[in-house]
Design a binder for this molecule. Sequence first.
Ligand code: ADP
Length: 304
Amino acid sequence: MLELKNVSHLYPNGVRALDDVSLSISKGMFGLLGPNGAGKSTLMRTVATLQTPTSGKIHFDDIDILAEPEALRRRLGYLPQDFGVYPRVSAYDMLDHMAVLKGIASRADRRDTVETLLNQTNLWAVRKKAIAGFSGGMRQRFGIAQALIGNPDLIIVDEPTAGLDPEERNRFLNLLAEIGENVVIILSTHIVEDVADLCPAMAVLVGGSIRLEGAPRLLIERAKGTIWAKTIERSELDAYRSMYEVISTRLFAGETIIHILCDHDPGDRFRAVDGGLEDVYFSTLAASRRNRTSGEVDEAAQAA
Ligand code: ADP
């Protein structure tokens, strides 16, 4: 179990990237969803002990990770957002080298580890090829292979599907799903489907704060009866925005479909929709925008 208590982080330039984040993350896949700039990478790097938060506490089982970062690192597998290692050495040799760095001294143990991981990540056929020539999907699978060296029981993958085509993304997510239920896996992403497809637990991070937390299925259930849809003319959009809380707009076959948030039937030829996780997420973003705007109005009022 990973526990974060009141974790905040203030960068020297004054950006408060994390603001009092508390989370309890159990074994299994946990989705950390948020838009760009929400603070996801800051949080992932902090848990991976690559940076120290300004305040707060983090425990993984009985390890106080701020006091004993080395102990955490022995149990951690980390795939950073910009895994910028694309050398001209083969996947096999690179993994072998990384296994040495992770402390697997015996040659036989390393061979076992490297061959198992290459098979698991479906890279066996290209094991002798240079990583520099890999496609984006192959690189990400290699990234997971290196993260799994040494059987970590805390695995952090930061925005792993950004830039992958749908087939590669699918393959990558299936690989994550196979890693096992006895480890904590944190998947940070701005892509709602990544979380909807495979995370039994999730949180939404916006502006450094946790705005929503729970099981996607329950959150979707809770949103029932509050999401309404209507097809409108593009030119009517501003008028609808001023009348309703429009949480998303999308083009479908040349028409504009809006989704709004409303706890009762708004009439006006809106139809009820069974909201999905995307609606839940967009509602959360809309609510935090609203809070921010009202905060700004309050501040302005106080300043006046
Ligand atoms: P995300 O991963 O969700 O896109 P980040 O953690 O990268 O979010 O960034 C959160 C906020 O902190 C952003 O406003 C970003 O500009 C800022 N930030 C990130 N890294 C640094 C840094 N090293 N120095 C100053 N500000 C940073």
